[in-house]
Design a protein around this ligand. Structure first.
Ligand SMILES: N[C@@H](CCC(=O)N[C@@H](CS)C(=O)NCC(=O)O)C(=O)O
Length: 205
């Protein structure tokens, strides 16, 4: 039994989709970011980083999308979702790492500029770069990273829910996905998956 701490529409959606794909037992607790609940003493006792997601597992709390996705896939080993070959696994982690450490940060520059500067002009300057950086990310994914039709090629893996999250970040910059046919097709196919529909419905999105 797992428990996912999330906020609707935020990056824990990737983990939520994977939990649905795996068909495992889990519960949800929404932590309101607008109300600052992620910085409350209660939540900081769960995740001292004050970030979402956090996943309660039988072995303890796990944080970071990258780690949680790999842990769930490797633990449950549902055919297609996990990756046996160590090199291919490392490639999958490289892809998910790009989402976590580059694309998510590019997106956060629009909403969380205060992390990096107290100067209002600098914060505004960061917002201006968001669309440009997400567009560069979309081009890189389309032309080099997305193997197609799924993130890692012919098989749906634990990278696909995170790629779907990346597509949602790209969407916020109002970048027309029709210029990126592989990304557009991936997003459309994701939206047809029962696991994605269930997670979106449970998050009231
Ligand atoms: N590297 C972390 C980033 C987590 C993260 O920044 N999550 C956002 C929600 S999408 C958050 O908790 N933001 C709260 C804040 O920045 O104060 C991960 O991938 O799990």
């Amino acid at each position: 039994m797992y428990k996912l701490y999330y906020f609707r529409g935020a990056s824990p959606l990737a983990v939520h989709v994977l939990l649905e794909e795996l068909g495992v037992d889990y519960s949800l607790e929404e932590i309101s970011m607008p109300d600052g609940e992620h910085e409350s003493p209660r939540y900081l006792a769960i995740n001292p980083k004050g970030r979402l997601p956090a996943l309660e597992t039988p072995k303890g709390i796990l944080t970071e999308n990258l780690a949680i996705l790999a842990y769930l896939a490797e633990t449950h080993r549902k055919p297609d979702l996990f990756i046996e070959d160590p090199f291919e696994f490392a490639q999958a982690q490289a892809l998910n790492s790009y989402f976590a450490s580059t694309l998510h940060i590019a997106y956060a520059h629009g909403r969380r500029g205060k992390r990096w500067s107290d100067d209002p002009a600098v914060i505004e300057g960061m917002k201006v770069k968001v669309a440009e950086n997400l567009k560069a990310g979309a081009e890189l994914i389309e032309n080099h990273l997305l193997r197609g039709p799924w993130a890692m090629g012919e098989r749906y893996t634990f990278c696909d829910p995170y790629l779907y999250m990346a597509e949602r970040w790209i969407d916020t910059a109002e970048i027309d996905l029709s210029g990126y046919p592989k990304l557009a097709a991936h997003k459309a196919t994701m939206l047809e998956r029962p696991a994605v529909k269930a997670a979106l419905q449970k998050q009231e999105l």
